[in-house]
Design a protein around this ligand. Structure first.
Ligand code: UDP
Length: 235
């Protein structure tokens, strides 16, 4: 196994699947199947899930809601997704713990680094909900920060695009994909991998990122076994 401990970042929007809003049960089940395959290989798995399918702080600002208030609403949205994912994983026979960046005692544990690591060592899948618990951050930054804290080997950013391209492949047909790229090059070329806070955290802590297509069956398991899928970003 190439990676023993991974942090998987899933976007909220991906959970919509074919739907226009909310959570698509088919997509949820697909993710549970993919995660189970990797779990059965003995990999320790932590997951950060976004909330973009439900609410984003920046959007709220446009409709007159205070930014900070909107960000907290966004954080709560990630918890809704996290609870749905937790439920799907447990229904598929996995043991999980949901840890939140905001204290919501009746629903989940607060994030405590040592406890998160202990859960992983015991084979539980740890889902980090509510971001880092602070406004003006994103779940990409949460993924980077938590990955560093739990000493993950890598951040796996599951998207609907299969890697980092020279331009946006959904807009520019001539765009080509990078197999490998350095942090410096991503920065110089102003490529869109993660927001700058998240990206800088990974770079400064020498934490590799892999951007890959999470919606393609088998990709996650191939990645942890060392197959070159998506784009690997390293120092
Ligand atoms: N958010 C926040 N602090 C965090 C994480 C998230 O304020 O640490 C808020 C922010 O408003 C963000 C929203 O939660 O827009 C949902 O997260 P994100 O946009 O990262 O979700 P994704 O794009 O991955 O679906």
């Amino acid at each position: 196994m190439k990676y023993k401990r991974i942090l998987l970042k899933l976007s909220g929007e991906a959970l919509m699947g074919e739907k226009k809003y909310g959570i698509d049960p088919v997509r949820l089940q697909q993710y549970a199947d993919e995660i189970k395959k990797v779990k059965d290989m003995g990999v320790e798995i932590a997951i950060v899930i976004g909330g973009g399918n439900i609410f984003r702080g920046v959007q709220a600002e446009k409709s007159g809601i205070d930014r900070v208030q909107g960000d907290y609403m966004g954080m709560l949205a990630t918890l809704i997704n996290a609870m749905a994912l937790q439920s799907a994983l447990e229904q598929n026979g996995m043991f999980t713990r949901l840890m939140s960046g905001i204290k919501i005692e009746s629903v989940c544990e607060p994030f405590i680094r040592r406890r998160a690591i202990r859960h992983l060592e015991k084979g539980r899948i740890v889902i980090f909900g509510a971001g880092i618990g602070n406004p003006y951050f994103t779940t990409d930054s949460t993924a980077a920060l938590r990955a560093i804290e739990i000493e993950s080997d890598v951040v796996l950013k599951g998207t609907r695009v299969d890697g980092v391209y020279t331009a946006d492949p959904e807009k520019d047909a001539s765009a080509t994909k990078y197999q490998n790229i350095s942090f410096d090059e991503v920065y110089k070329k102003n490529l869109n991998v993660m927001d700058m806070t998240a990206f800088t955290l990974c770079q400064e802590n020498n934490l590799p990122i892999i951007v890959f297509d999470m919606n393609k069956d088998g990709n996650l398991s191939k990645l942890v076994q060392g197959e070159e899928i998506g784009t690997l970003i390293t120092a």
